[in-house]
Ligand binder design. Structure first.
Ligand SMILES: Nc1nc2c(ncn2[C@@H]2O[C@H](COP(=O)(O)OP(=O)(O)OP(=O)(O)O)[C@@H](O)[C@H]2O)c(=O)[nH]1
Ligand SMILES: [Mg+2]
Length: 222
């Protein structure tokens, strides 16, 4: 019998319009959870509403009001699996009016993905913005592992003509990293680091021992 995979509840959080539903819907599509024909149908239906850019978001935004307004109102759940894990992804709303639903989703989560609009990062951290508030809520609700996805980088013009602006990426990382640490998130799981360090040291020691032993071997006299 195959080994059972570990189950993980992953909540997707962040400021309104950051691209949480789109990123999650796209991920589900890439993993084969939804077929191209359904996405094409979403695209044509969304186009009729003047919202064609929401085709992936519609994988999760199923309510009529959500589709009309182009925002997530309630959490939506979807399951997918990878080689090691079974995931339930929870797409949370970013709009302030629906913060209760975001809390409901986050309270069920083991880990979180904080999505940032790389182009309009400032809106999320301005007064009334949800970026830091969502991170704090996640931490308070027991989510201690958080990944950050800097989205919409295709919208940020790179002055050297590259596909995305490294400078902008660094700016977001440099600001957000310390802010997340102030909340309580750690850069790396200390336990893992120690384990790795020990192993590394042991490997080095073993190699060193071998070298030393080699050095000590002297040719016998005839
Ligand atoms: N250019 C660009 N647009 C994106 C990207 N991701 C999402 N969008 C657009 O951003 C808009 C909002 O996307 P959503 O996925 O609904 O954003 P959201 O974070 O789920 O919004 P709420 O759930 O209402 O908080 C849509 O028009 C998307 O097409 C991206 O990577 N690049
Ligand atoms: Mg959404």
């Amino acid at each position: 019998m195959g080994k059972e995979k570990t189950h993980i509840n992953l909540v997707v959080i962040g400021h309104v319009d950051a691209g949480k539903s789109t990123t999650t819907g796209h991920l589900i599509y890439k993993l084969g959870g939804i077929d191209a024909r359904t996405i094409a149908k979403f695209e044509s239906d969304a186009k009729e509403m003047g919202k064609s850019s929401f085709k992936y978001a519609w994988v999760l935004d199923k309510l009529k009001a959500e589709r009309e307004r182009g925002i997530t109102i309630d959490i939506a759940l979807w399951k997918f699996s990878t080689a090691k894990f079974e995931y339930t992804v929870i797409d949370a709303p970013g709009h302030r009016d629906f913060i209760k639903n975001m809390i409901t989703g986050t309270s069920q989560a083991d880990v979180a993905l904080l999505v940032i609009d790389g182009n309009n990062f400032e809106a999320g951290i301005a007064e009334g913005g949800s970026t830091k508030e969502h991170a704090l809520l996640a931490y308070t609700l027991g989510v201690k592992q958080l990944a950050v996805g800097i989205n919409k980088m295709d919208d940020v013009k790179d002055k050297d003509g590259g596909p995305w602006a490294q400078g902008r990426y660094n700016e977001v990382v440099d600001y957000l990293g310390p802010e997340l640490m102030k909340i309580g998130f750690k850069k790396k799981d200390k336990g893992d680091k120690k384990k790795g360090d020990k192993k590394e040291k042991k490997d080095k020691k073993d190699k060193g021992d071998k070298k030393d032993k080699k050095k000590k071997v002297r040719p016998r006299r005839p």
